[in-house]
Each structure stands twice: as structure tokens, then as C-alpha cells.
Design a protein around this ligand. Sequence first.
Ligand SMILES: *Cc1c(COP(=O)(O)O)cnc(C)c1O
Length: 373
Amino acid sequence: MHPETLALHATRMADANAGAVTPALYLSTTFEREGDGSFAHGYIYARNGNPNRDLLEQALAALEGGFAGLAFSSGQAATMTLLLALRPGDHVVIPNDAYYGTPALLEELFHPWGLTYTRADLTNLDEVRQSIHENTRLIWIETPSNPLLKVADIEAIAGLAREAGAWCVCDNTWATPVLQRPLDLGCDVVMHSTTKYIGGHSDVLSGALIFREDGELYQRVRRLQTIGGAIAAPFDCWMLLRGLKTMTTRVRAQSENAGKIAQALAQHPGIEVVHYPGLESHSGHAVARRQMALFGAMLSIQVKGGQAEALAFTSRLKLVTRATSLGGVETLIEHRASVEGPTTATPPNLLRISVGLEHPDDLIGDFRQALDS
Ligand SMILES: *Cc1c(COP(=O)(O)O)cnc(C)c1O
């Protein structure tokens, strides 16, 4: 089945009560037991399972081509729960360019707890190879990466992980299963901040993990989800299922808009560089072309004139909103270095843009007027 059809089909819930076309919302925290002590519908208590969460987890698994999914209260909760499945003494390889919360978890929570980690440039396979130690249990991929849009070769890195006996995880938040399916390329787990494109409307905070197969890792993380309790709430699952229905169309249209904006900005004399994998000048263009259906709706620009001019430029924008986050239907721009704090390696003149569903000509017009004035 094509993803458009799957996104609609996999988000339906049979409703024997009313024949409702859209899923009912189950807010109950507890479920009735039969006289013999069994649970006729399989539900006991909402931390263990809930019909809206089950449906979301199954839909995400179907879209990523996985065995099962697990939904969490945020992307960070998903990452944290996955890392809790490792043991003190294990080692993790993570990208040197990544969503800043991933290394923050490793440094502030898991390093004191006993994990060690190495940050590597995932676009350099030799460097990845050299970062793998005897106790490496997990390699974390994020591609395209945040905020520099670096493109990692998923299939090659998943191969290195397999040789080393380590699990390979891909943060697929930016690409979504519409553009990239890491499980098909050999990854064991896909992670999502479903807050972004899957919700799609900047109104749900949530995360997910999708597993390629049943096994030790899935069983352990599923157990940690239940006992740790960082689960996605029923209404959030309901909202995400609604978001999923339009995800394929949104992501394609937003990616097309981003491509047009990247081209236009790359030609503007006020711009030092545009980081967008769809540009032929981008170092990851060939790999992106191979593993992505389209190049995504995220891009970063470096503005001539340093941080002061970058910030002044954002203040002259009229249609584009200055805010963090991404993946919603509205275009957002953000000065990443300010968000990431004094330890950041992000260039001070870098602005990250999450391209929305406005008409691309209106957006290009707004960027041009802000650059030219
Ligand atoms: C937002 C984001 C996260 C973290 O997700 P939250 O839902 O904010 O906890 C992780 N990875 C990437 C790539 C993100 O964009």
C-alpha cells in the first residue's frame, strides 16, 4: 500500500458502538475485569495500554515498515527510555551534529549513570569506524541533522553497527517515513519527535520509537515504557492520528516549498551559505538523493554580517514567525545558537527555517524584503 493510503487506513478504528468514522477518544484510566478475573478487551490500566495509543503505535509501525511502535510523552522521553535499555558500562556513538537534547541526555543523565559516548562526524565513515569500541552497544543516526543538515549514509552506518554487534537507531523526525524509511535500510529502531511533522500543527508534544523486529531490545523498552510511565496521553494520541492522515501531503508540499526557498536564497548576495540537501552544492546531496524521496522541509542559512545581522534580518520578517520547533504548517525561523547556549558549536550567523504551507512566492518575497531592507 502507498503511504497516502496507509496513513488513512492505519488510523481507522472499528467502532461497534456507533460506527464512528473517526476514532473515539478513550480517557478511562482503568478497564473492567470479567467475573473470572480476565480482561475481555485486553486493557487493564492506562499506563500499560490504551486503545488510542495502541492505534497510534500500530499506525506508526505500519508507516515505518516496523514490527511495533511505542508512543511517549515527548521525543526526549522516547530517547531517554530507549537509552535506559542499555546497561552501565555500555558505549554509544552519537553524531557531532544532532538535536541538542540527545547529547544533553547522554551528558547530564546517562554519563553519571555509567554510559560513555563518542561524538562522531557521521558523514565520515572512517571516523564512525574509529569511534566504535568493544563495548559499543548503540549507534545513533540523525539525518538530515540539526542544525547543519548533514546527511549520513544510513545503510552504510547500519552495516557498521551490525558488524560491531551494536543496535542502530535513526532519529527520523526531520525526514518522516514519507521521505525516508531507515528500517528498510538496516536500522533496528526509528525514533520520532512526533511533536513535529507527525502532529504537524504545533499543538502536541510527543515522541515514538518504532522497532524493526521483536526481540530483546523491543521487549525491554516496552517494559520500561510501562513501568517508567513516560507514555503519550490518549488525547495526544488522538491528535497524532489526526495529524498522520494528512502527513504525506503536508510533508511533500512543505518539501517542495523548501526546495524553492533554498534555490532563491542561495542566489541572494546577503546570504553566505544555504544548507539544504536538495541543492547540488550540498555535500550530502548524492546520499540524500539515494535514501530520501524528497529533500525535506528544513533548511539553515548563514547570513552575511554575523549574528547581529542574522537577528536583525529575522526582526524584519513579516510572514515568518520567530519561534523554536519545526514541522508545523506555519513557517518558523530560529537563531539556534541563542537556544543552544554558550557551549554551542552552531555558527552565530545561522538561522534554521522550518518551511510551512504558505505559498512559496509569498515566503520568498518576505525573505527578500527582509534581506534587502
Ligand atoms: C524536537 C526534536 C527532538 C526532541 O523531541 P521533543 O518532542 O521536543 O522532546 C528530537 N530530535 C529531533 C530531530 C527534534 O527535532
